[in-house]
Design a protein around this ligand. Sequence first.
Ligand code: AMP
Length: 132
Amino acid sequence: MSSIFSKIARGEIPSYKIAESDKFYAFLDINPMSEGHTLVIPKEETDYIFDLGETDFSGLFLFAKKVAEGIKSAVPCTRVGIAVIGLEVPHAHIHLIPINKESDMDFRKPKLKLQKEEMEAIAARISSQIKL
Ligand code: AMP
């Protein structure tokens, strides 16, 4: 069975798309820790990020770097934090999170509740700043 993220990458489930290449896809986390919280995935399904082959692993991080640069331009923040958890969705993904202080990376914090229109506007803003 396909993971929810495979379905997102194939466009079978909607997402707030940020960017895509032939192998990778970036979209907003539906339960954001902060405005602009983005997930970056390989389109091909692998559960555990360290099981990716070397080319896909390095390609994913290079793609994430370009996405993070776009986030930094579009969202006021001190840094874009990076995290890999993967306990909820069994499809490798990198979290890119705009942060201003250490506690902004605390996954136990209550998540933001943003309206569809706000998510669309954030995605469009970030997307317009990304140069692949
Ligand atoms: P984890 O696997 O622990 O890294 O967490 C999975 C992340 O995926 C969580 O931050 C969820 O909010 C996020 N998530 C789950 N389903 C979706 C979805 N359909 N669209 C966007 N983000 C999602």
